[in-house]
Ligand binder design. Structure first.
Ligand SMILES: NC(=O)C1=CN([C@@H]2O[C@H](COP(=O)(O)OP(=O)(O)OC[C@H]3O[C@@H](n4cnc5c(N)ncnc54)[C@H](OP(=O)(O)O)[C@@H]3O)[C@@H](O)[C@H]2O)C=CC1
Ligand SMILES: Nc1nc(O)c(N)c(N[C@@H]2O[C@H](COP(=O)(O)O)[C@@H](O)[C@H]2O)n1
Length: 220
């Protein structure tokens, strides 16, 4: 495989592995954990989310919980270019890259032009869905050598399935959300057998605020 950025996957989840409630309330991390996450943000070249997270959370994806003189590049994986032009991730606080497919129609090309005029970079790889392996190669070539992957569950699945995640850190809040339709840490179709699944090596764990942080390396 061509060179790729080092990818750290981080989420805040309930004890039952949910990223949000059935009504999409995702306020899981305590303040101490958000500060931990922002320290990671301040030390990576890019922060990546899927379009589902942008549509549901309207995140800023900047370092705003601690002092920092730089913001990483924001990367949104968005095959059909569903991103609203007033999304906060498109504001001027940091550079943004939208990764979309090579598929083309008049409306999509018009939106790409508008985004480019707003100063947003658009990269294109894959058909139907963004080709995440190719995207990693493109980002690496652009100087993005480390990425904090911040979800959600569908993009997390895509990244784990392709073997693109190197490190995992999760904050587990002492809460149970329940709900079979509530988003989980890794959604998608899932691995069929335990043999196929992603294996992790526990590196560290500690209590933080009311919850616990677990840190793993992905076994390759
Ligand atoms: N607690 C936490 O730490 C966090 C919670 N969340 C929560 O997660 C939920 C959002 O998760 P979810 O809806 O799964 O959205 P995601 O952010 O995972 O975005 C998923 C979308 O990304 C696009 N995509 C494009 N290419 C790919 C690919 N190759 N593989 C996977 N996805 C691809 C798809 O849309 P398309 O085909 O249109 O491109 C897909 O539907 C929200 O409730 C949010 O609050 C999110 C992050 C962190
Ligand atoms: N670490 C963590 N804990 C939670 O409880 C969360 N809900 C999230 N969400 C992620 O952070 C994004 C919001 O970022 P901004 O504060 O707007 O910069 C959100 O979109 C998720 O990716 N993370």
């Amino acid at each position: 495989m061509t060179k790729k950025p080092y990818v750290i996957s981080n989420v805040g989840m309930s004890l039952d592995g949910k990223l949000a409630t059935v009504n999409n309330d995702s306020r899981i991390s305590c303040e101490e954990d958000l500060i931990r996450v922002h320290k990671i943000r301040a030390n990576v070249d890019g922060i990546m989310v899927g379009i589902g997270t942008v549509l549901k959370d309207d995140p800023r994806l900047t370092v705003h919980k601690i002092k920092s003189d730089k913001n990483p590049v924001r990367i949104v994986v968005d095959s059909k270019l569903r991103i609203p032009l007033n999304a906060r991730v498109l504001n001027k606080e940091a550079k943004t890259i939208i990764a979309t497919t090579e598929d083309s129609d008049e409306e999509k090309e018009k939106k790409i032009k508008i985004l480019k005029d707003m100063g947003v970079e658009v990269v294109r790889c894959g058909k139907g869905k963004v080709d995440l392996k190719k995207l990693m190669g493109i980002l690496y070539e652009k100087g993005i050598k480390s990425i904090l992957l911040e979800g959600g569950g569908t993009l997390n699945w895509g990244m784990f399935k392709e073997g693109l995640v190197d490190e995992v850190s999760v904050y587990i809040a002492p809460k149970i959300f329940g709900g079979k339709d509530a988003p989980t840490y890794v959604d998608g179709e899932g691995f069929k057998t335990v043999d196929e699944c992603v294996k992790l090596e526990l590196k560290n764990f500690y209590k933080l605020g009311e919850g616990i942080v677990l840190e793993f390396k992905v076994k390759k």
